[in-house]
Design a protein around this ligand. Structure first.
Ligand code: FDA
Length: 303
């Protein structure tokens, strides 16, 4: 970690909660599902779709998965009742992946079965290295039964990602492609930002060559440029891919992508645990602290 990143992350951790709240509120819908629903309606009026996510901790006891699972079921019913242009993102570790993989599979099976019944899509987020194999295994199993209602994410910083995509290519894939947010050892992940970006483009090419539906999740304009080239190369129609961004990050690029005729989905977090979540993410990845502090210093806020 550079000295600058270290100092930025440490100072952000000491910023008083109301100030963190002032800046974090652009990145989180609010404490309740109603906040996420209102925001989803607002974005929908601008032609933007959403994926909803309930913020939470890594769980340490299996029972702690149950309230998250219940909340996921409520989100699915709400998406249906409110007729939202939304789907649901779920963290497999919140369902107990690191405690008991079969238990997490069964929790996710119930959620995806319900989503299938309501015709809503579920995305399994990709988390740290310890959960990578389990998440891919669970995706593969759920995809057997619900091929149109479940997908997962692939991280371009992981050295294994090409092989992972290859291994999944025996059936139709629905993948979100991201650079990767967790701190991972060099043994497993590329560290050079240029290599991570180059690998993102190669993975996107690989996925599209297999006919995958890809959620191209980035705020990096170089990648938006490269993705547009690949969209043209594969002659994709608007329905065959989407771009994805995080709430509050670069709304100008977001509006540009929509104006240029692409589908765009915003990842909308909500939940009571927003403060702990924001602080932990800042500690986990000082590059985000750096981006947030840069925004604060420039007086920029998202919308
Ligand atoms: P890059 O990091 O180069 O950022 C490009 C620009 O965007 C920079 O100017 C930067 O400052 C700004 N920016 C990026 N992220 C920001 C932030 N959080 N706050 C403020 N500014 C920011 N990761 C993962 O490991 N597993 C997952 O399942 C997901 N899921 C996911 C869903 C969606 C919809 C998105 C957009 C991202 C993810 N991620 C993720 C996170 C992803 O791995 C990655 O860390 C971020 O998207 C940042 O990478 P960029 O491609 O945006 O490039």
């Amino acid at each position: 970690m550079s000295l600058f990143n270290f100092m930025v992350s440490k100072s952000i951790m000491h910023v008083p909660s109301p100030i963190v709240h002032y800046f974090a509120k652009d990145y989180v819908a609010g404490p309740s599902l109603d906040d996420a629903v209102n925001l989803s309606h607002e974005l929908s009026q601008k032609g933007i779709e959403t994926t909803l996510d309930i913020l939470g901790e890594y769980i340490t006891e299996k029972e702690q998965a149950l309230p998250f699972k219940e909340e996921c079921m409520t989100i699915l019913e709400t998406i249906k009742q409110e007729n939202l242009d939304a789907n649901l993102s779920v963290k497999p570790t919140q369902m107990g992946l690191l405690l008991d993989q079969e238990y997490a599979y069964n929790n996710l099976l119930d959620i995806v079965a319900k989503a299938n019944e309501l015709d809503i899509f579920i995305r399994l987020d990709m988390e740290n290295t310890e959960s990578l194999r389990g998440t891919l295994d669970i995706y593969r199993r759920l995809r057997e039964e619900f091929p149109n209602h479940v997908g997962t994410a692939i991280q371009s910083y992981m050295r294994s990602s090409h092989d992972d995509v290859e291994a999944l290519s025996d059936k139709h894939m629905n993948l979100r492609l991201v650079k990767g947010i967790f701190l991972v050892k060099r043994q497993y992940a590329w560290k050079d930002p240029e290599l991570i970006t180059a690998n993102f483009v190669e993975l996107l090419d690989q996925m599209l060559s297999y006919g995958a539906y890809v959620g191209i999740a980035t705020h990096d304009e170089k990648l938006y440029f490269a993705a547009q080239k690949l969209i043209r190369k594969y002659k994709l129609t608007r329905e065959q891919y989407e771009f994805q961004m995080l709430l509050g990050v670069d709304p100008e690029l977001r509006d540009l992508i929509v104006a240029e005729g692409h589908r765009l989905r915003i990842y909308v977090h909500y939940g009571e645990k927003w403060l702990g979540y924001s602080r932990r993410r800042l500690l986990e990845n000082p590059n985000i602290a750096r981006a947030a502090l840069g925004g604060i210093l420039r007086g920029q806020k998202g919308n």
